[in-house]
Write a protein that binds this ligand. Structure first.
Ligand code: HEM
Length: 391
């Protein structure tokens, strides 16, 4: 098949219901670089790495022009050199030390959810756990009171369901605008409160910056908004696929229950093989040749980290299979200057979820269909019904 024959709906038609390997094979079949509709798709590891390492040719700011005009999505929609200024300030605020300090609270939140359904003998992981917990984690990171969780979830769901951050050239819908305005109003209020009563949290740290380093309220709101978009349904999806894999592979589950040190390598392999992010958007700033194919200037491009992950050097002998000893440097969190700012938090959320789930419910099985929503900005499950002995 030549690239010009690919239909406009090629990407929307990815057969996710046939499993992730079939979906990845489908996306890789037309080649390492091809055009589907208006969008150029880079599927190979080398091609994706090249684009990540050349942000001057593959602009993130231009990819988010529509959304970021109203809201400066910091630092995702910022190109060099300004991007580095933001990351220099933000990286320590999302580093392992900050996440260590949150661990006790995160575990308590998880136990609260798991204790609520453990006596019932069944749960829907999505509704009962993987949807609420990442939002609590973000409130904790921001240092915002958890009593706001229900209202926060309503706004966040409105924004995430209405906006697809990987959609190219997307204009915000009225629902996204309404929920965003409500969320902005709330965050603005909380920023004022934090100014008066600072804590040991991310928002307080940013508000404490002064002089040349000080951020405007618009910048702070833009960062908070991006974190809501980038840090919630990604973790929801990753928890869902992790527990689905463990529910349907009793041997693997028993290995992890017997040796919790394997949970870390398992999480990495899940991010490589079943990560929640299919691809990330860019726009070319000039004609650029990738893998022998010329992508014209000003073209929308998707860097498919999910397919590239099937070609990561040093992955298992069969890169489509899980190998808890391989430790390949996967691209599930992206790479280059825009590598995920929340990777430490995300990894911790995933590890703690499995540890706490197994501590209370070590044996569980799938109790219905686990459907993947598609097309969507992330790979995520609609529901994940599980059964187990009441505990
Ligand atoms: C399993 C969960 C997650 C996955 C798989 C993931 C994946 C990614 C990927 C692939 C990128 C690169 C985007 C690009 O190159 O355009 C990214 C960037 C980013 N992520 Fe995550 N993410 C996750 C969780 C989180 C969390 C929990 C947060 C916030 C607390 C977060 C915040 C961000 C931010 C702010 C960026 C932009 C970084 C920059 O542009 O410099 N992510 N993420």
């Amino acid at each position: 098949m030549t690239t010009t024959e690919l239909p406009d709906d090629f990407y929307a038609a990815v057969p996710v219901c046939q499993g992730r390997t079939a979906a990845m094979d489908y996306l890789r079949r037309p080649g390492p670089v091809y055009q589907a509709g208006k969008t150029w798709i880079i599927t190979s590891y080398d091609g994706v790495r090249y684009a990540q390492k050349n942000p001057d040719l593959f602009s993130s700011a231009k990819a988010f022009d529509g959304l970021s005009a109203a809201i400066p999505m910091i630092p995702l929609a910022i190109d060099p050199p300004k991007h580095a200024d933001y990351r220099r300030v933000l990286d320590p605020m999302f580093g392992p030390k900050r996440i260590d300090a949150m661990e006790g609270e995160l575990r308590a939140q998880l136990r609260g959810h798991i204790d609520a359904f453990a006596p019932l003998g069944h749960c829907d992981v999505v509704a009962d756990l993987s949807y609420k917990f990442p939002t609590q984690a973000i409130l904790t990171l921001f240092g915002l009171p958890l009593e706001h969780l229900p209202q926060f979830l309503v706004w966040v769901t409105g924004i995430i369901k209405g906006a697809d951050i990987t959609a190219l050239g997307l204009e915000p819908t009225p629902q996204v605008i309404d929920c965003s305005m409500a969320l902005f109003g709330f965050l603005q209020e909380q920023i004022e409160i934090k100014r008066r009563q600072p804590g040991q949290d991310m928002l307080s740290s940013i508000l404490a910056l002064d002089g040349d380093q000080a951020w405007t309220d618009a910048e702070i709101l833009g960062l908070c908004f991006l974190i809501v978009l980038a840090g919630l349904d990604t973790v929801t999806g990753a928890i869902g696929f992790s527990l689905l894999t463990l529910a349907t592979d009793p041997q693997l589950r028993q290995r992890l229950v017997a040796d919790p040190a394997l949970i870390g390598p398992f999480v990495e392999e899940m991010l490589r093989l079943e990560g929640p992010v299919p691809g990330v958007p860019r726009r070319t700033t000039a004609d650029v040749e990738v893998e022998g194919v010329t992508i014209p200037a000003d073209s929308p491009v998707l860097l498919m980290v999910s397919t590239a992950n099937r070609e990561v050097p040093s992955a298992a002998a069969n890169p489509d299979e899980m190998d808890l000893t391989a430790k390949p440097a996967h691209l599930g969190f992206g790479g280059g200057i825009h590598r995920c700012l929340g990777s430490h938090l995300a990894r911790r959320e995933l590890r703690l979820t499995i540890e706490e789930f197994h501590a209370r419910i070590p044996d569980y099985r799938l109790a219905g269909e686990a459907t993947t929503l598609w097309p969507a900005g992330t790979f995520a499950l609609e529901s994940l019904p599980l059964q187990f002995d009441p505990r």
